[in-house]
Design a binder for this molecule. Structure first.
Ligand SMILES: C[S@@+](CC[C@H](N)C(=O)[O-])C[C@H]1O[C@@H](n2cnc3c(N)ncnc32)[C@H](O)[C@@H]1O
Length: 295
C-alpha cells in the first residue's frame, strides 16, 4: 500500500484484477469489481463512475481480505454469501452447494406440468434441497403448492429455511432433516431433486473452487454418479402419487443409466430428457402410470 496516499477505487480494482489474472481465475476484472462493490454496498456502475474516489483504510483492508480468499480459490458466491437463482437472491455458505444456472432447467420442467391457475393442494417434494433453490423457486412460482424440502445436512436446511423466509414462502414449505425419503410418510404429486451426481473418480478433476470449498456430500454419488437417482426412483412407488411426475437433474453421462433405471422401475407411463442451454442432457422427467382401474 502507498504510504500516506489513500488507494482509489480504480487502483484497488486494477490491482486485484491483475492478481486474479496471474492466478488464472476465469473472470478477474469482474470478480474484483463484484467484491469491491459488495464491500462498498454500491453497484458496479458506481465503480466506473467514481474511479478516483479514495477508499478508507477500513474498506481497503476488507477488500484485501476478500481478495486474499479469492486468490486461494474460494468461490465468489461464498465470499458474498449470496447467489442469484431463478432471478431470486439466495443466501449461500459452505454448508450448501452454490445453485447452478443449469438447475433452472429443472424448475422450468416442473413448471411445464404444473399450473399456478390450479387451486388444488399441489404437494411437491424437493429431495436434497441444499440452499432451497429449487423448492423455494417452485413455492414462489406456484402459489397453491406446498413444498416439503429434505436434506441430510441440518446446516443446509437452516440456510434453506432462511431463504424461504427471505422470499416469503416459508408458510408453504416444510423442512425435514434425514436421508432422502426417511423423514417422510406421505405421497406427493411432484418429486423433484438435484441430487449429488459426481462420479467418485471424477472428484479430483473438479475445479479447485468446487473440490476445495463446496460440500462433498452435495457432490459425490458413487462410481457411476447414479446412486441417488437409483434410490430416488426406487422410492417412487411409495412416495409418488399415481399420475404424478418425477424430475431429476442428471449429468450428461448419466442419461443412459437413468433411462435404464426408469424403465426397470416399470411404474412410469412416459419419460423424456431435457437438455440444458449448452445442449447437454440435464433433466430426466417421468410420469407415473395411473392406477389400472381408472378410465
Ligand atoms: C447437488 S446438491 C443440490 C442442492 C440444491 N437442491 C440445488 O439444486 O442447488 C445435493 C444436496 O443433497 C443433499 N444430500 C446428500 N445426500 C443426501 C441424502 N442421503 N439425503 C438427503 N439429502 C442428501 C446434500 O446435502 C445437498 O444439499
Amino acid at each position: 500500500m502507498t504510504e500516506g496516499k489513500a488507494l482509489t477505487i480504480g487502483d484497488c480494482v486494477h490491482r486485484a484484477a491483475r492478481d486474479f489474472d496471474v492466478q488464472g481465475l476465469a473472470s478477474p476484472r469482474l470478480d474484483a469489481e463484484v467484491l469491491l462493490a459488495h464491500i462498498l454496498k454500491v453497484d458496479r456502475l458506481y465503480l466506473y463512475r467514481n474511479p478516483e474516489e479514495p477508499l478508507t483504510q477500513e474498506v481497503a483492508s476488507a477488500f484485501q481480505s476478500l481478495t486474499a480468499r479469492r486468490l486461494r480459490g474460494e468461490p465468489v458466491a461464498y465470499l458474498l454469501n449470496r447467489k442469484e437463482f431463478w432471478s431470486l437472491i439466495f443466501e449461500v455458505n459452505e454448508q450448501v452447494l452454490i445453485p447452478r444456472p443449469d438447475t433452472e432447467c429443472l424448475v422450468e420442467e416442473v413448471l411445464k406440468v404444473c399450473s399456478d391457475a390450479a387451486t388444488g393442494d399441489l404437494r411437491i417434494l424437493d429431495l436434497g434441497t441444499g440452499s432451497g433453490a429449487v423448492g423455494v423457486a417452485l413455492a414462489w412460482e406456484l402459489r397453491h403448492a406446498h413444498v416439503v424440502a429434505t436434506d441430510i445436512s441440518p446446516g443446509a436446511l437452516n440456510v434453506a429455511r432462511r431463504n424461504a423466509g427471505r422470499h416469503g414462502v416459508e408458510q408453504r414449505m416444510t423442512f425435514l432433516a434425514g436421508d432422502l425419503f426417511a423423514p417422510l410418510s406421505e405421497k406427493f404429486d411432484i418429486i423433484v431433486s438435484n441430487p449429488p451426481y459426481i462420479r467418485t473418480t471424477a472428484f479430483q478433476a473438479l475445479p479447485p473452487g468446487v473440490r476445495g470449498y463446496e460440500p462433498a456430500a452435495a457432490l459425490l454419488a458413487g462410481p457411476e454418479g447414479t446412486v441417488f437417482h437409483e434410490r430416488i426412483i426406487a422410492g417412487c412407488p411409495e412416495y409418488l402419487n399415481e399420475g404424478g411426475w418425477l424430475f431429476l437433474e442428471i449429468g450428461p453421462e448419466q442419461r443412459q443409466g437413468v433411462e435404464a433405471l426408469l424403465a426397470a422401475a416399470a411404474i412410469f407411463e412416459e419419460s423424456h430428457f431435457r437438455r440444458d442451454y449448452a445442449g447437454l442432457d440435464r433433466v430426466a422427467a417421468a410420469k407415473r402410470k395411473q392406477a389400472s382401474w381408472t378410465r
